[in-house]
Design a protein around this ligand. Structure first.
Ligand code: 5GP
Length: 191
C-alpha cells in the first residue's frame, strides 16, 4: 500500500474566495483521482443545488439526531446553520481507491486533522478583503451578510497559519491558483 493512499485533502477559505470553482476544477482533473465529500447542512437548498450531489439537506432536528448517533466525523456552525461531514462519505471514497476532497470551514478542518491521520489542509486566501467585498456586492449579498461574512473571513484568515499550505487566489488569476493547488495534491498523493 502506498503511504498516500488514504490521504484526505481539505480546502478552506473565506466566503467568495473561489473555493467552489477551484474544487470543481480539481474534481474534473482525472489524473488527481479525487472525489468530493458530500456534507450535510441545515441551511436552505439554493435553486442550483441537488440533494446528495452538493449537500445532504437536513432539518435541525434531523441534524441533532445524527450528531447523537455519531453520524458526523465533525460538525460546525457557520452563518447560524449547521454543517457536518458524514464519516461514511470519507470511508466510502477511501474504499473506492480515490482521494477524498473536502471543502469545509476552518473549525471543521481542525477537527478532521485531529481525528484522522494523513490529512492535508490547503487554505485559499484572497489577495485582499476588498476583493472579497467586491465579489459579495456583485453576488448581491445584503449589507448585513457582507459585514457578517467579512468578520468571519478575518477570523478564518487568522486560522490559516495552522494549514499545511496557503495559496493566494489573486483576482483574475484563477487558473494559476488551480495549477498551484493541483501541484500540491499531486505531490502529496505521491508521497
Ligand atoms: P455554503 O453554505 O456557502 O455552501 O458553505 C458555508 C461554509 O460551510 C463554507 O465555508 C463551506 O466550506 C463550509 N462547509 C460545508 N460543508 C461543511 C461541513 O461538513 N463541515 C464544516 N465544518 N464546514 C462545511
Amino acid at each position: 500500500m502506498k503511504n498516500g493512499e488514504h490521504k484526505v485533502f481539505i480546502i478552506s477559505g473565506p466566503s467568495r474566495v473561489g473555493k467552489e470553482a477551484i474544487t470543481n476544477s480539481l474534481l474534473r482533473k482525472r489524473s488527481l483521482n479525487l472525489k468530493k465529500v458530500v456534507t450535510g447542512t441545515t441551511r436552505e437548498r439554493r435553486p442550483s443545488e441537488i440533494e446528495g450531489k452538493h449537500f445532504y439537506f437536513f432539518t435541525t432536528e434531523e441534524f441533532m439526531e445524527k450528531i447523537k448517533d455519531g453520524y458526523f466525523l465533525e460538525w460546525a456552525i457557520y452563518g447560524a446553520k449547521y454543517y457536518g461531514t458524514p464519516i461514511q462519505e470519507i470511508r466510502g471514497i477511501q474504499r473506492s481507491g480515490k482521494y477524498a476532497l473536502m471543502n469545509i470551514e476552518v473549525h471543521g478542518a481542525g477537527q478532521v486533522a485531529r481525528k484522522l491521520s494523513d490529512v492535508v489542509r490547503i487554505f485559499i486566501k484572497p489577495d485582499s478583503l476588498l476583493t472579497l467585498r467586491k465579489r459579495m456586492e456583485r453576488a448581491k449579498f445584503t449589507k448585513h451578510q457582507i459585514t457578517d461574512r467579512l468578520k468571519t473571513a478575518k477570523r478564518e484568515l487568522a486560522e490559516s497559519k495552522k494549514y499545511d499550505y496557503i495559496v493566494v487566489n489573486r483576482d483574475g488569476h484563477l487558473r494559476q491558483t488551480i495549477a498551484e493547488v493541483s501541484a500540491i495534491i499531486k505531490k502529496e498523493s505521491e508521497t
